[in-house]
Design a protein around this ligand. Structure first.
Ligand code: PLP
Length: 714
């Protein structure tokens, strides 16, 4: 084999497309989980669908996002292993009959789920985990007679219908056809995966009755929440168990992680769609609900309002099945993903459930894999760590705490070495920025980075408002010694999410003005890197000086990007939200740049009928930023382009940007002052790294093993 420097290998790696299987943080978390479970030697499978077109490929044309299908499997994938012997039938539609006293589902359509395995190797072990992805195939060949009659399309219609489950990740669910395909995908995933788990269990243990003692079925959000209903169906209809025994097994096996409190993100399927596609599961959900609500009525007599709130069926408007409620009722444990999120989960979204079963709810804070996000992505920093604290951090991230002493010692060489490693990573990113978007940036400038899905609650817009304020301040006082900054953005907006797409457009409009303004003299540059994904992230995280984690307090469940940044020696400017809080506590709050309203203050302001205009009136700087957006300074060809955006901020501002603006800008000035002291900054960055031990995904998986997946005591 050629040496590591062989140009052939590096080139080959650069050409390999990212697996387009995920959407953002949730899928990336699952990938980190598989890495940790392989490394820790846990016997685990990740189950998913083998999407042909996963997340779209993002292009920028004329400052606007354009979506192109991501054909990541076009040249095949050398890593996947087709398992022709692993095939299961999955049914849809039809009706439920009564046969010899038992319910018997006769689907009107069946498709085959064919397994395709991806192997995930652990670090420093021969153990691997498997990501098993399902491919939909027609259960019968083309209709030969119809084909011979010349009805070519009609003869193969069922082939399309079977394969459609794999066409795209997250079909647009704003249409009935999109919602139907999405529910088909979810059931297809659940049915194939539960059949596979049951088959393996029976093969190894002989008896389905011990399934719950020997298996954990973990629901990573509600997309697989049909799994417990499918397990009930198979245990009762296929294996002949009685309801109570099947339910005990199902609850013993099932657990659920909630990833968002946002009401618009909670899945609910209309009863007509659900019952038409899954008539037997409809009966099972009704039965689960009837038994559950009887329990509620026994515990809380004469409280029909509570019964309505808890019911698995939402009776407001069109009746719908609430998937999060199904997941909670079917699980023995339900967790949130940061301390704040888990507290809000039991105080708000699941308050009534937590009153019923307080012991069911817990917190397990997310983590990231140091193998990908430090060892692989940042060779310079990894070498520095090895030299000072040895190589153990790869499997024991707590070892990073040993950095505290050298980092805190004045004159210790580690500080200058850290700055050199950081400069190397920044130089690599600067080259990528030049190559991708033709912008020249100075690696010596402060790299201020916000990379994540574009979403209003994540507040990329607040970041842009600060950029505009800084530009105005530089222009007003060009001779001051402004700290040079490069502000980097990357992220995809959902294709139908207009407000998020406007933010991408605004970033490009602001960049065009700021980057070419001679009065700025290169002291402020704005770069938007298209097509954010894991490969791009691996170049960007190591190069960041400042990590932007500025969601409205109470909205970001955990965040994991925040962890990747700090692990790579970026300091955080952030709100008191999600895992930022626990990171600040572990690292030392004085090493964090915290600003803005806290969750309780956000709640209070909203209850008092928040008036953003008051904050605008009180801040001349904010006023002049909004004026510049509204008067077409950044969109001279179309001066009204941002009118609606500014009006929304002035009138409703649902994510409280106006309330946090002044504090944000003031804290950015603090960042400038801290960064100017290079040695002090190196100390701060190293202390950030030193505190990141608890945010290894290995710790996260260890907690799931002990607190959620542990077999029940005999
Ligand atoms: C880590 C990561 C995310 C999640 O980022 P957040 O800042 O936590 O939202 C999303 N996408 C990719 C590619 C990531 O690596």
């Amino acid at each position: 084999m050629a040496g590591a420097d062989a140009p052939g290998l590096a080139e080959l790696i650069a050409h390999e497309p990212d697996a387009a299987l995920g959407n953002g943080g949730l899928g990336r978390l699952a990938a980190c989980f598989l890495d940790a479970m392989a490394t820790l030697g846990v016997s685990a499978f990740g189950y998913g669908l083998r999407y042909e077109h996963g997340m779209f490929q993002q292009m920028i044309e004329d400052g606007r996002q354009v979506e192109r299908p991501d054909d990541w499997l076009r040249h095949g994938s050398p890593w996947e292993l087709i398992r022709p012997e692993l095939r299961y039938e999955v049914g849809f539609g039809g009706q439920v009959m009564e046969e010899a006293g038992r319910r018997c589902w006769q689907p009107s359509e069946t498709i085959i789920a064919q397994a395709v395995d991806f192997i995930v190797p652990g670090h420093g072990t021969s153990h691997v985990c498997t990501l098993r992805q399902w491919n939909g195939q027609a259960s019968r060949p083309i209709d030969f007679e119809a084909f011979c009659r010349g009805e070519h399309l009609a003869s193969a219609q069922h082939l399309h219908s079977a394969e459609a489950v794999n066409w795209v990740l997250y079909p647009d669910d704003s249409t009935p056809a999109g919602r139907e395909l999405r529910l088909r995908q979810e059931y297809f995933l659940c049915s194939a995966s539960v059949q596979d788990m049951l088959a393996r269990h029976v093969r190894e243990c002989g008896d389905v009755r011990s399934f719950g003692q020997r298996n954990a079925v973990h629901l990573n959000d509600t997309h697989p929440a049909l799994a417990p209903a499918e397990l009930m169906r198979l245990l009762i209809d296929a294996h002949g168990l009685e309801w109570d025994e099947a339910w005990a097994i199902t609850q013993q096996a099932t657990s659920y992680t909630n990833h968002t409190l946002m009401p618009e993100a909670l899945e609910a399927w209309s009863l007509s769609l659900f019952a038409g596609m899954l008539p037997r599961h409809m009966e099972i959900v009704y039965e689960i609900n009837a038994r559950f609500l009887a329990e509620v009525r026994a515990r809380f007599p004469n409280d029909e309002e509570r019964v309505r709130r808890l019911s698995l069926i939402d009776e407001h408007g069109e009746r719908r099945v609430r998937m999060a409620a199904l997941a909670v009722v079917a699980s023995h444990k339900v967790n949130g993903v940061s301390a704040l999120h888990s507290r809000l989960m039991v105080e708000t979204l699941f308050a009534d459930f937590a009153q019923m079963w307080p012991g069911r709810f817990l917190n397990i804070t997310n983590g990231v894999t140091p193998r990908r996000w430090l060892m692989q992505a940042n060779p310079e920093l990894s070498a520095l760590l090895d030299a000072h604290i040895g190589p153990a951090w790869r499997r024991d991230l707590g070892a990073l705490a040993a950095l505290r002493t050298p980092a805190g010692t004045a004159g210790h060489p580690i500080r200058a070495q850290f700055l050199a490693a950081k400069l190397a990573a920044k130089t690599r990113l600067a080259a990528l920025i030049a190559r991708e978007i033709g912008l020249v940036v100075d690696p010596a400038s402060l790299f201020d980075v916000q990379i994540k899905r574009i979403h209003e609650y994540k507040r990329q817009l607040l970041n842009v408002l600060h950029v505009v304020a800084r530009w105005q301040a530089i222009v007003a006082d060009p001779t001051r010694d402004w700290q040079p900054r490069t502000v980097v953005f990357a992220g995809k907006a959902a294709s139908a999410y207009f407000a998020a797409k406007q933010v991408i457009r605004l970033i490009h409009d602001v960049a065009r003005v700021v980057n070419h303004d001679p009065r700025v003299g290169g002291r402020l540059k704005v770069a938007f890197l298209p097509n954010y994904g894991v490969s791009l992230a691996e170049v960007i995280f190591p190069a960041a000086d400042l990590s932007e984690q500025i969601s409205t307090a109470g909205t970001e469940a955990s965040g994991t990007g925040n962890m990747k940044f700090a692990l790579n020696g970026a300091c955080t400017i952030g709100t008191w939200d999600g895992a930022n809080i626990e990171m600040a506590q572990a690292i030392g709050e004085e090493q964090f740049f915290v600003f803005g309203l806290r969750t309780e203050q956000v709640q209070a302001l909203r209850e008092q009928c928040y008036q953003p205009g008051r904050f605008i009136d009180a801040s001349p700087a904010l006023q002049s930023v909004l004026d510049a957006l509204a008067d077409g300074t950044f969109s001279p060809g179309e001066p009204h382009r941002y009118h609606d955006l500014v009006r929304t901020l002035a009138e409703r501002d649902p994510y409280l940007l106006m309330a946090d603006f002044d504090a944000y800008v003031a804290t950015q000035h603090e960042v400038d002052r801290a960064y100017a002291d290079r040695d002090g900054w190196a100390r701060r960055a190293l202390l950030n790294i030193a505190g990141m031990g608890p945010f290894s995904v290995d710790r996260t998986i260890g907690e799931y093993l002990e607190r959620v997946w542990a077999p029940p005591a005999p």
